[in-house]
Design a protein around this ligand. Sequence first.
Ligand code: EPU
Length: 427
Amino acid sequence: MSGLIINGKNRLDGEITIQGSKNSCLPMLAACILMQGDVIIENCPDISDVREMLKMLQYLGCNIEFNDNVLKINSSGCVYKELPYECGHLRGSLNFLGAMLSAFGKVKMPKPGGCNIGERPIDYHIEGMKALMTETLQIEDCLCAKVIANKVDGYYCFPTPSLGALENLILRALSIKGTCIFDNCTLEPEMEDFCDFLIKSGAKIYGVGTRRIIVVGGHRLTGIKYRIPGDRIVAGTYLLAVAITGGKFRCKGVVPKRLSATINYLKKIGIQVFTDCQTNEIIENADQRKAKDSVVITGPYPEFSTDLQSQMMAFACFNKGNTVIKDLIYPSRYGVASEFRKMGADISVVNDIAIVRGGKSMKGCRLCAKDLRGGAALVIASLGSEGSSYVCGCEFINRGYQDIARDLRALGADIRWNEEDEESLLI
Ligand code: EPU
């Protein structure tokens, strides 16, 4: 499964039920070490980021069964261990910081890795932990932390909203016998899912979905059964794919409100989008679009998601008109632009702003994914281009998409995994 072979220019029509959300799921997996009894997670995406987290849980002694997107975890055999070097490859592993502190009062782990999308500081995690009576030391590539006191009240105000840091502080606060208050919290839907999961397990968390979250810790967490909601970023990727190729798409299993910024953008450029909040369906008719100049600025939810910025850049390459893109969350997340240029795109990146002069002739070629969302963006750009593309570096794509080729084939795309040495036939 090393590469994808894509023949472009097929129109996409049909429906897909979207996989469970990666970013909702990853912190839940770390939280499982705090739960007594079986935790059953349904609609768990079978992606490599999840598999990596499961390896860590197994290493700590958890019992895991994972079949057909149903995951069962029992952490009764979980014991304290230093987390190994490989754990740092995955940004989501940082959630073990808060979870291990609550479970064992200490942790030693590698500093987290993640995608090649620019600086990803962890200062809010460290500062927030200090405010919750936790001593944290960074020694070379390692992060060491220990609980100083567990009967306290804590307060931390985020300088800017952060999903990962709030997850970590909540995980830490769960074991504190006192009240912890967090201000300027992220409103990202994945946070709501995470809190919903913890509350069902017995946690006392108030203010979910607002800027102030309060955790009253020290309560026993029990095993539960939980279904992960659909992944809004995967859904947004496919909505933009169909916007590129034209066609009619029924996207099932994602709360439409979670994609408001993307849907509003598509509507502005003349693509018809209907949403049904009862059935959680988004229906897109992309047979017509207006060539238009536009500006896309990413920001904290509910603004346009940074995780759809590369896919939006792919779309902008096909839409006649100029698109100005500014990523306020990761200001240098434009690595994919050089790959689009190989296909014929006209893109300049100046002072953290990308300008795409769209509507140029785009041709398939050999492409290399260098990060998860950039990789998905190359796939959808290939679907709209003349001729064949070969996308390598798909291990990045598989971190977040269970099977991007299977999904897109269901809509009529000509896309398949490289089974033999077909790469040489193409380029
Ligand atoms: N930030 C700091 N200091 C910190 C933490 C964050 O300055 O200590 C800044 C970041 O630099 C960024 C902003 O705060 O500008 C938001 O970062 P956040 O902490 O919310 O990001 P994250 O939790 O590390 C998650 C997702 C990312 C997604 C971002 C933003 C996971 C595992 N990752 O990262 O997902 O881009 O939120 O929404 O949940 C992806 O799925 O492709 C992906 C990269």
